[in-house]
Design a protein around this ligand. Structure first.
Ligand code: XUL
Length: 519
């Protein structure tokens, strides 16, 4: 039996997924929802309420308590944690934890005391800014100016100075709370904090998640002196050197051996960000296979053969845990926009498929929608509001079938336009998430990208990515075998492109870009 545990500390929950690579099976899955299970942290959706909507912080002690609770539950459910050979995992990206002394100086945790009581005195900052925080526009501008402009920050770190990224968050903290900043000895990402708890050692940030900080020099894999200096005085001394994602960073602490029955010496592999981890959990770590995740917001990510940055400044580059880099673009008008059209026109998902497959044609007869029902990240649209162009019936909301095609075509073409900088031909696109079984949607994606679309049903790709990475790093398991066993795409549901649709979409792309440039 070869068992590997993947953990995923996300915005709203901490999840565990345990696999057995010999049996080729997922043998346990468990999740602790912060809002439901730890109500005393007053964070129903994973962050603390704040009158200022740009401020989004969470209590890191909530994550600590969740870890104890999750392991208790696994053990109480009869899972023998002693059989686990390796652990890795992922954290929500960009969020940061501030400690007044290094975990290395603590020694092992005391099994008779809850972990949360042992971590509380270590915090130099009571709360952790998370990825939903957008309070750092001044700091982003200051960092960009100090380094020589936005292009320079992007060339160095893979992304322009970005509101939610850790560097700008650190700068804001150092400016607004200089006393607490002075007391900070060590800074962690969520993805280095959790393994630091598990090992009782200070664990390094990995290159995958480290790239989401606006601090890493992607060409050297080291912290960039220029970015460190532009961000905050004394920052260099508060970060351990970054490590490759496959690094064995430590062994399980005695606390977890005594309390939960882990085997002494159980290996812990560096954790990474949830998106890099999903790249692995979706079986997409090689260039040529992209992932489109259809959720509240849609994301497009893909492994990159070589480092490039988005000249338009929307896309980000993170480390690919299997080596090299990955791109990520986030579209806030995902299912939000699709559901808005469904609601307005009284359409079911089945109606969407019929409208696209039977009632309308590629290019939608010239009807075009800019579907920005909420402000958009990619491309940057600050003022919400959909814009309709085309026939009278379409513009006046009398053509439900055209509206269904319009929202899906606009989303697909925007994804194509805003992924062209990656410079990879996407031959195969894995599609996951709520809408990934809709034949109409898959047809449009196949024709717009001229790629084979494969639906994939992996419940928690981020935790699975952790378990697969542990299997690879601890026992040298190879990716193709792991992918074939744990995340096989549903080939029977594949949709292949119709080359006849190509001219219509090339024209549509030009029209879309033109309308977009007007707003
Ligand atoms: C990526 C990002 C989010 C979080 C969600 O840049 O901010 O996808 O990682 O946990």
């Amino acid at each position: 039996m070869a068992q590997f545990l993947g953990l995923d500390s996300s915005t709203q929950s901490l999840s565990a997924l345990l696999i057995d690579t010999d049996a080729g099976k997922v043998i346990a899955e468990r999740s602790v929802n912060f809002g439901a299970r730890l109500p005393h942290y007053h964070s129903p959706t994973g962050f603390l309420p704040n009158a200022d909507p740009s401020i989004r912080h969470a209590d890191p002690l909530m994550w600590v308590e969740a870890l104890d609770l999750l392991l208790h539950e696994l053990r109480d459910a009869g899972v023998d944690l002693g059989k686990i050979r390796g652990i890795s995992g992922a954290g929500q990206q960009h969020g940061s934890v501030y400690l007044n002394k290094s975990v290395d100086q603590v020694g092992d945790w005391t099994p008779s005391l809850p972990l949360v009581d042992q971590v509380r005195p270590l915090l130099s900052r009571k709360t952790a800014p998370i990825w939903m925080d957008s309070s750092t526009s001044v700091e982003c501008a200051e960092i960009a100016q100090a380094v020589g402009g936005d292009e320079r920050v992007a060339t160095l770190s893979g992304s322009r100075a970005t509101l939610r990224f850790t560097g700008p968050q650190i700068r804001r903290f150092s400016k607004t709370s200089p006393g607490e900043w002075q007391q900070t000895a060590e800074i962690h990402l969520v993805s280095s904090f959790i393994p630091s708890l598990l090992t009782g050692k200070s664990i390094n940030i990995d290159l995958g998640d480290g790239a989401g900080m606006n601090l890493l020099d992607l060409s050297t894999g080291q912290w960039s002196d220029a970015l460190l200096e532009a961000t905050a005085t004394g920052l260099a001394g508060k970060l351990k050197p970054p490590v490759a994602s496959a690094t064995l960073v430590g062994e399980i602490a005695g606390y977890f051996v005594q309390k939960f029955g882990f085997a002494p010496g159980t290996k812990v592999v560096a954790f990474t960000g949830d998106n890099p981890s999903s790249l692995i959990g979706m079986g997409a770590s090689q260039p040529g296979t992209a992932v489109i995740s259809l959720g509240t917001s849609d994301t497009v990510f893909t492994a990159m053969a070589s480092k490039r940055t988005d000249p338009r400044g929307y896309g980000s580059v993170f480390g690919n845990p299997a080596g090299g880099f990955m791109s990520l673009a986030c579209f806030s008008n995902g299912s939000l926009a699709r559901e808005e059209i469904a609601r307005r026109f009284g359409l079911s998902w089945g109606d969407f498929a019929t409208a696209i497959v039977e009632k309308t044609k590629p290019g939608n007869g010239g009807n075009l929608l800019l579907p920005y029902f909420v402000p958009e990240i990619t491309p940057r649209v600050l003022k919400a509001g959909a814009r309709w162009f085309g026939s009278d019936a379409f513009v006046t909301g009398q053509d439900a079938a055209a509206a269904a095609r319009a929202v899906v075509e606009a989303q697909a073409i925007s994804m194509r336009l805003h992924s062209d900088w990656i410079g990879e031909k996407m031959h195969t696109i894995l599609v996951t998430g709520g809408a990934s079984r809709n034949q109409g949607l898959l047809r449009v994606l196949a024709d717009v990208f001229q790629a084979t679309i494969l639906p994939l049903s992996v419940a928690n790709s981020s935790a699975l990515g952790g378990a697969l990475r542990a299997a690879q790093a601890v026992e040298g398991r190879v990716w193709p075998e792991l992918y074939a066993t744990f995340c096989p795409p549903e080939r029977a549901l594949a949709v292949t492109p119709d080359s006849g649709a190509r001219p219509a979409y090339d024209l549509f792309a030009t029209n879309f870009a033109q309308q977009l440039s007007q707003i």
